[in-house]
Design a binder for this molecule. Structure first.
Ligand SMILES: [Fe+2]
Length: 179
């Protein structure tokens, strides 16, 4: 069976999550989703500040962080079914930052897809007559490798908003982490 994710037992990740939460709450534009986008890259200043910690936590895997973003949602609409269609990374590592309990990344097989250009990216969406079949799901409670080029949606606990995760890009294909 295809693996869509894998939870990683890496000590020390909580410090990355805490520092990122401290950063995000300072920037109301990010915390309140003022640009209307869910996916927000970290500023290069903050990225450079936190990279040594990220690289130290993930050093057992021999990988180095090249970029990082946060994903901020106020409702499940902000994480509706899509495929990232990323040319640079099939997998990323997600960390829980805030309100990720009782919230799931759900993976689907999708029978028909269309390309969709939003403000910044060309993603893939299910076509109008697509049949979408739920194949797996994961609650993000620890660092988790995620297949972002398979269709996924994020269903959040609406009682606890915003829901925030951090998503990390690395210099290597992370597929080996799922084996
Ligand atoms: Fe995504």
């Amino acid at each position: 069976m295809k693996k869509y994710f894998k939870e990683l037992a890496v000590p020390g990740w909580e410090e990355i999550a805490q520092k990122t939460l401290d950063y995000v709450v300072l920037y109301t534009d990010i915390f309140e989703r003022r640009a209307g986008l869910s996916f927000i890259f970290l500023s290069s200043d903050f990225l450079e500040t936190i990279k040594p910690l990220i690289n130290s936590v993930f050093s057992p895997y021999g990988i180095k962080c090249v970029n990082a973003a946060v994903y901020v949602m106020n409702s499940s609409k902000d994480g509706s079914l899509h495929c990232d269609n990323s040319a640079t990374a099939d997998y990323r590592i997600n960390l829980p930052i805030l309100n990720t309990k009782n919230s799931y990344i759900q993976f689907y097989q999708v029978s028909d897809t269309v390309y969709h250009k939003n403000a910044k990216y060309t993603i893939k969406l299910p076509g109008a007559s697509s049949i979408n079949t739920l194949v797996d799901r994961v609650e993000i409670t620890q660092p988790t490798v995620i297949s972002v080029n398979d269709f996924h949606e994020i269903v959040m606990d609406v009682e606890h908003a915003p829901r925030i995760t951090m998503t990390l890009f690395f210099d290597k294909d992370l597929k080996f982490l799922l084996d």
